[in-house]
Write a protein that binds this ligand. Structure first.
Ligand code: IPM
Ligand code: MG
Length: 359
């Protein structure tokens, strides 16, 4: 198959982690007889420096016209004082909205080799951690009006949180469909004891439940969910939630699996053109030092093969290569533990390549 992949290296550790994922994709192409071509796209701080805009229109066009997008990370202290609408993160939000990728899938699964890297007690980890957060990605407070103005002589900041029934329903369906393919348990997370948007969220979820009688729906308040994720993560299988809650809970969920550096994500909308990115940020403090963990990005590339290109065997091959790398005792600094061999970002990519075999 021929596929055109838009590649956004971005800022901070972005370029070095993306480089490792491209090595892996190139080897997959060789092994399975595919042809992947790459279109470079500038987004984030580097695009602000080069074009004065975190996502120029022609860059978004390249992404929309590609078969899928692979992204490293954007942002950094250098752009902290840039006004809100021009921040690097705004480029990412405009990209997600411009691609229409409303459904963000973030797995929280512990690799057995990394059980020791989890900050949770062994007795909790041993019960298993394997769930998915389905996060609504292009609505809610991230996309409402943001403004800071002087009201009665005091600086006052306003961020508007809006959800329509349609927006909730389409992500709700993804939640139910995802649960249907797993253990048929869906937990809808909101803050319906305080927020109107959450009360509508809950109502729509229960309305939808009638269409999915085989799936058991439960509700949980977001503050309780944050607590349950560390207390008893084994209870979760599929969690569906709105944009900001999903952002926060997915960082928490990733950490209990050992390191945020390991977690990939997929974002999809109405077409197969998806956006694939690790869930961590640009980590400017370790950028360019060959210290970053590229596995979140490598596994994001595997998700691209599985969900957008229908290449399940190729995706399995990448996941197996990552597992073999961990079995061999190699660790980047973020997941380093006693008795293991500490490697840098590029060596991690090379070692995963060495373990990549046609399934
Ligand atoms: C994420 C990130 C982004 C988000 C930032 C960089 C805008 O934290 O993908 O989780 O909040 O969505
Ligand atoms: Mg986040």
């Amino acid at each position: 198959m021929n596929k055109n992949i838009a590649v956004i290296r971005g800022d901070g550790i972005g370029p070095e982690i993306v480089e490792q994922a491209l090595k892996v994709l190139n080897r997959i192409a060789e092994l399975y007889g595919h042809s992947f071509t790459y279109t470079d796209v500038d987004m984030g701080g580097c695009a602000i420096d080069k074009w004065g805009d975190p996502l120029p229109a022609e860059m978004l066009k390249k992404c929309v016209e590609s078969d899928s997008v692979l992204l490293g990370a954007v942002g950094g202290d250098k752009w902290n004082d840039v006004p809100g609408p021009m921040r690097p993160e705004k480029g990412l939000l405009r990209l997600r909205a411009g691609m229409g990728v409303y459904s963000n899938n973030r797995p929280a699964k512990i690799w057995p080799q990394l059980a020791d890297a989890s900050p949770l007690k062994k007795s909790i980890v041993d019960q298993g951690i394997d769930f998915i957060i389905v996060r609504e990605l292009i609505g809610g407070i991230y996309f409402g009006e943001h403004k800071t103005e002087v009201v009665d002589g005091k600086a006052t900041a306003i961020d508007i949180l809006t959800y329509s029934e349609e927006e909730i329903e389409r992500i709700g369906r993804i939640g139910f469909e995802t649960a249907r393919k797993r253990s048929k348990k869906l937990c809808s997370v909101e803050k319906s004891n305080v927020l109107d948007s959450s009360r509508l969220w809950k109502k729509v979820m229960h309305h939808l439940a009638a269409e999915y009688p085989d799936v058991e729906l439960s509700d949980m308040l977001v503050d309780n969910c944050a607590m349950q994720i560390v207390k008893n993560p084994a209870q979760f299988d599929v969690v569906v939630t709105e944009n900001m809650f999903g952002d926060i809970l997915s960082d928490e969920a990733s950490m209990i699996t050992g390191s945020i550096g390991m977690i990939p994500s997929s974002s999809l909308g109405a077409t197969t053109c998806g956006l694939y990115e690790p869930i961590h940020g640009s980590a400017p403090d370790i950028a360019g030092k060959d210290l970053a963990n590229p596995i979140g990005t490598i596994l994001s590339a595997a998700m691209m093969l599985r969900y957008s290109f229908d290449m399940a065997k190729e995706a399995d091959a990448i996941e197996n290569a990552v597992s073999a790398y961990l079995d061999a005792g190699y660790r980047t600094a973020d997941i380093m533990s006693e008795g293991m061999t500490c490697v840098g970002c590029a060596a991690c990519g090379d070692l995963i390549l060495q373990n990549l075999k046609k399934e």
